[in-house]
Design a protein around this ligand. Structure first.
Ligand code: ATP
Length: 436
């Protein structure tokens, strides 16, 4: 087989001053160009980092000079050159090119300033997202996202969970019809799954401890900085467990994720100028009643049984500026599958995990008794007939069980400091955005 003459021998970050004199081939994109008359500096970017390519105009051959002169930002190149120790260069080393191959020229002018010196509006950035992601700050978000996913899989796997994938095209609603996207499924109507809830619950009969990391779809009309119409949900479900058991898993997992990100992605956090503190466990547990009282003292009145509005969460976030659980929610405002307390059925065993004012996760003990589940479906004006396949699993020895769902993008916001959830997704989908 022919070896292409543009193939790299090293990544930029592998080049060190003690390689002085070695000939190397680097491939990547032109990030910046500085022309000082007799000398030209090119900053080459690859997936690992950047390196200075120095072109002393009277020392390189005519062909190389011609190429160097024609280069523009984001052109894709292969550069053969000699490593030179240079104290003044960014990493104490530079490359003097001997030959350059332009693999592809970028169309100028670019729609964005890829150095970030001229900030662009979020919509302009998202319209040219692939170009936007060439910026270090933006790629750092996804390196951290990757580290979060790695930490989640590692933690859950070590704790005896099996990774599952449940269908995303479904016949009926998980939690009622609101927020569902209908799709044409041949001659029938189907829906995009808004949660793996029912499937993961059923599967505890077979696997006991399951987790899924997968897309979920919500026809959210609200256009906020923390809602998407397609997001990744990290779900767990555990047999023979209660809310308290899975809250412990959640807090230990969050602690582990923070630890891994701090350890493994130090450079990316620095690029983002963001500090992550590894939290202590256990996290605070506030009851719904305590929250309502705290809010009352802060001048926000919430009648018992009402959901907590965003503005109240903002106040709560100021009072509890890190992680905390809210427990003992009124049963009436939790989904039908959340178990009411045996001693006080008006209070549920559901919980939310908060980070400042943002909800990161919600979960709880589930109902495992079929009759009670049917009663709760009816109370929430849902038709048990639409849940026939789910309900039949409760005839097969459904154990007591509990679980939660964490929104991956909200975790990414928490660990990168990005303030708009759209920055935590490569190609976000919201009420108005369906492209690119
Ligand atoms: P919120 O009250 O913030 O709208 P929710 O109560 O609808 O959230 P759940 O249905 O409990 O959320 O979903 C579990 C988790 O999934 C949430 O805690 C959150 O982290 C995430 N999540 C929910 N809806 C969205 C969304 N539209 N976009 C991104 N993440 C979401």
């Amino acid at each position: 087989m022919k070896t292409e003459n543009w193939k790299r021998t090293h990544y930029t970050m592998e080049i060190t001053p003690n390689m002085d004199g070695e000939e190397v081939v680097l491939t990547g994109w032109i990030k910046e160009i500085r022309d000082l008359g007799g000398i030209k500096f090119l900053i080459l970017r690859d997936k690992e980092g950047t390196l200075q390519i120095t072109v002393p105009k009277d020392e390189v051959d005519e062909h190389t000079l011609k190429h160097a002169e024609s280069l523009q930002r984001q052109d894709c190149v292969s550069i053969r050159g000699v490593v030179k120790r240079m104290d003044k260069a960014p990493r104490g080393v530079e490359i003097i090119p001997k030959n350059m191959i332009i693999l592809n020229m970028a169309k100028q002018p670019l729609p964005l300033d890829i150095t970030g010196k001229t900030p662009a509006d979020i919509d302009v950035r998202l319209d040219a997202r692939v170009l936007d992601l060439t910026r270090d700050e933006n790629r750092a978000v996804f390196q951290i996202r990757h580290a979060i996913l790695e930490a989640i899989r590692d933690f859950l796997s070590k704790n005896g969970f099996i990774e599952i994938h449940t269908p995303k095209i479904i016949a009926s609603a998980t939690e009622g019809g609101a927020n569902l996207f209908p799709v044409m499924y041949f001659e029938r109507e189907a829906f995009l799954a808004q949660s793996p809830q029912l499937y993961k619950e059923q599967l505890v009969i077979d696997f006991e401890k399951v987790y899924e990391i997968g897309p979920t779809f919500r026809a959210e009309k609200s256009h906020t900085r923390r809602h998407l119409t397609e997001f990744i949900s990290v779900d767990i479900e555990v047999a023979f467990a209660t809310a308290e058991d899975v809250m412990e898993i959640a807090e230990r997992l969050i602690q582990y994720i923070c630890k891994m990100v701090v350890e493994k992605r130090r450079g990316d956090l620095k690029t983002l100028k963001y500090k992550v503190e590894v939290p202590e466990v256990p996290f605070k547990r506030l009851t719904y009643d305590e929250v309502v009282n705290e809010l009352k003292d802060a001048g926000i009145k919430i009648s018992w049984g009402e959901d907590i509005p965003t503005i109240a969460y903002r106040t709560l976030g100021r009072l509890h500026p890190y992680f905390y659980f809210i427990i003992d929610w009124p049963t009436s405002i939790k989904p039908f599958y959340i178990k009411p307390r045996d001693d006080k059925p008006e209070i549920s065993e559901g919980f939310d995990l908060m980070w400042h004012w943002i909800e990161i996760a919600s979960g709880g003990t589930r109902i495992h008794d079929k009759d009670l589940l049917i009663k709760r479906l009816r109370e929430q004006n849902l038709n048990p007939e639409s849940f026939r396949f789910h309900l039949q699993a409760f005839d097969y020895g459904m154990p007591p069980h509990a679980g939660w769902a964490i929104g991956l993008e909200r975790l990414v916001m928490m660990l990168t400091g990005v303030r708009n959830i759209r920055e935590a997704v490569l190609f976000p989908r919201d009420r108005f955005r369906l492209t690119p």
